[in-house]
Ligand binder design. Structure first.
Ligand code: URP
Ligand code: ZN
Ligand code: ZN
Length: 484
């Protein structure tokens, strides 16, 4: 009888393409066998009644990152990776951000050191390019891509990091030559600045005015423009954190005419709204992120983008700043004007439970689509497929077993990040991962975080494999109706 380190018995194994009742045999951190009844196993995990899925991949999160507000996000690679693992995620790809005037390679080196020996799950870095000099684009970037850092991120707003259109074109051209995707934060900077100036002049400083300073038109214009620039260059892009119906329309139109543009969204645009920024006192600051959560009616447009395939990836954009903290949301004071509140919300641990509960449980998406959005598509986009993003013989045993019947009331007390609040406090969630394995090691099991800092490896990623996940045609294949 073959030996297995771990056997997962009796679950429903879900990948992006199929749902099968079978056991999973794991040896040396790798899926070694999928079969109806696997004998043995040093550790046997009973998954009966459970859903066995590839561990989530969070390709957009900010960990130990110096933000454009000059403050570092609250989680380091240990708290961030533990929190991600406890929510069903087994790979994180935060950013290594280049500051203007700095070498990109040095930025990556600094983040490599920050992460070294700390993460409990595998990780990589996406490269924020804020100063695209010829040395960066012609020497540093090719070297870093060859070493497995195969995605670039650019900003169209935020003074500290934004690029002008000429610089954007240069980055897109370099990315196209290197065969990597450019992730884009798309908002019109001048429209934000213009709106902000007027709001502040009228004394409209409360957190809720952040939403008005970042109107949907600012997102629509920048999304339209980045698509046009990418189309001109022939480069592939992923528009990040799509929040507004207007921006999603631009992506949908571009995809329909065959432009290689991918869409991403995040939990905050499905379950938060501008009303949250209007909570009493400074409470609204907890929800300030960019783009902002829109009006509640907009949420269904984001769902539509998820269901019809315009949106291919669901990441957290975890950018946690503690609320009651001089190094967090209150860095410019207890009552700072909206434009001086660090932008970002936490979400590493709550990302997948929110998608599972609001998407699968409420019948909006099927389990295969859940897997596709949370794991398989990110694995393809970030050059990790099929080592990660699926459960097949030879893939890493990065696996989460979900109990679809478990009801959890979200509360900061039960989460594992380094935050002092969750924007989702009190929210009822149906379905939670009960066991999570990272390359066959238990990192979360029945309420206990078991990951070992340093066990996570820095991943050497390959080229993106996105050809088959583009476009609306992809959605219409039953993934929304397979609620087995
Ligand atoms: O508000 C957000 N999203 N903060 C994180 C930085 C970014 O925009 O990606
Ligand atoms: Zn962004
Ligand atoms: Zn972000």
């Amino acid at each position: 009888m073959p030996h297995f380190d771990v056997v997962i018995r009796g679950g429903q194994v879900v990948t992006d393409t199929e749902i099968i009742e079978c056991d999973v045999g794991i040896r040396d951190g790798i899926v070694a066998e999928l079969a109806p009844a696997i004998e043995g196993g040093d550790i046997v995990l009973d998954a009966s009644g459970g859903v066995v899925v590839p561990g989530g991949i969070d390709g957009h999160c900010h960990i130990a990152q110096l933000s454009s507000f000059g403050v570092e996000t609250a989680d380091d690679f240990t708290s961030g990776s533990i929190s991600a693992a406890c929510g069903g995620t087994t790979t994180i790809i935060p950013f290594a951000p280049q500051q203007k005037g700095e070498s990109l390679r040095e930025a990556v080196e600094a983040y490599r050191q920050k992460a070294d020996g700390k993460s409990v799950i595998d990780y990589g870095f996406n490269l924020i390019v804020s100063d695209p000099t010829s040395t960066v684009l012609e020497t540093e970037l090719p070297g870093l891509v060859a070493e497995g850092h195969t995605a670039v991120k650019i900003f169209m707003t935020y003074d500290a990091v934004r690029l002008d259109d000429r610089q954007v074109l240069n980055v897109l051209e370099a990315a196209r030559e290197l065969g990597v995707i450019t992730m884009v934060h798309a908002e019109n900077h001048d429209l934000i600045m213009w709106s902000t100036e007027r709001l502040l002049k009228d004394g409209d400083t409360a957190p809720k005015f952040h939403a008005m300073a970042h109107p949907p038109e600012s997102e629509r214009e920048a999304v339209y423009r980045i698509i046009a620039l990418a189309e001109a260059v022939g480069a592939e892009i992923m528009v990040l954190h799509l929040s507004a119906k207007e921006a999603i329309e631009e992506v949908r139109r571009a995809q329909a005419r065959g432009v290689p543009v991918l869409g991403e969204t995040c939990p905050q645009y499905l379950v938060l709204s501008d009303a949250d920024m209007d909570r009493p006192g400074f409470e609204g600051a907890k929800f300030v992120c960019s783009p902002p959560p829109r009006g509640a009616a907009n949420q269904e447009f984001v769902w539509r983008g998820i269901v019809d395939g315009v949106i291919q990836a669901f990441h957290s954009d975890h950018a946690g700043y503690r609320f009651d903290d001089r190094e967090g949301k209150k860095v410019r004071g207890d009552d700072a004007p909206f434009n001086r509140i660090p932008n970002g919300v936490p979400g590493l641990e709550t990302r997948l439970p929110i998608l599972f509960s609001e998407g699968f449980h409420k019948g909006r998406i099927g389990l295969r689509r859940f897997v596709e959005l949370s794991s398989t598509n990110p694995a393809r986009i970030f050059g990790l497929y099929p080592k990660k993003g699926t459960i097949t013989v030879g893939s890493d045993a990065d696996i989460a077993i979900w109990d679809p019947t478990r009801r959890v009331t979200l509360s900061i007390d039960a989460l594992h990040d380094n935050m002092d609040y969750t924007p989702y406090e009190g929210m009822e969630i149906d379905g939670w991962p009960v066991t999570v394995l990272s390359r066959g090691r238990l990192v979360w099991h029945e309420g206990e975080a078991l990951g070992e800092p340093g066990a996570g490896r820095l991943l050497r990623r390959g080229e993106p494999q996105t050809a088959e996940l583009r476009g609306p045609a992809h959605a219409d294949d039953g993934r929304t109706t397979d609620n087995a």
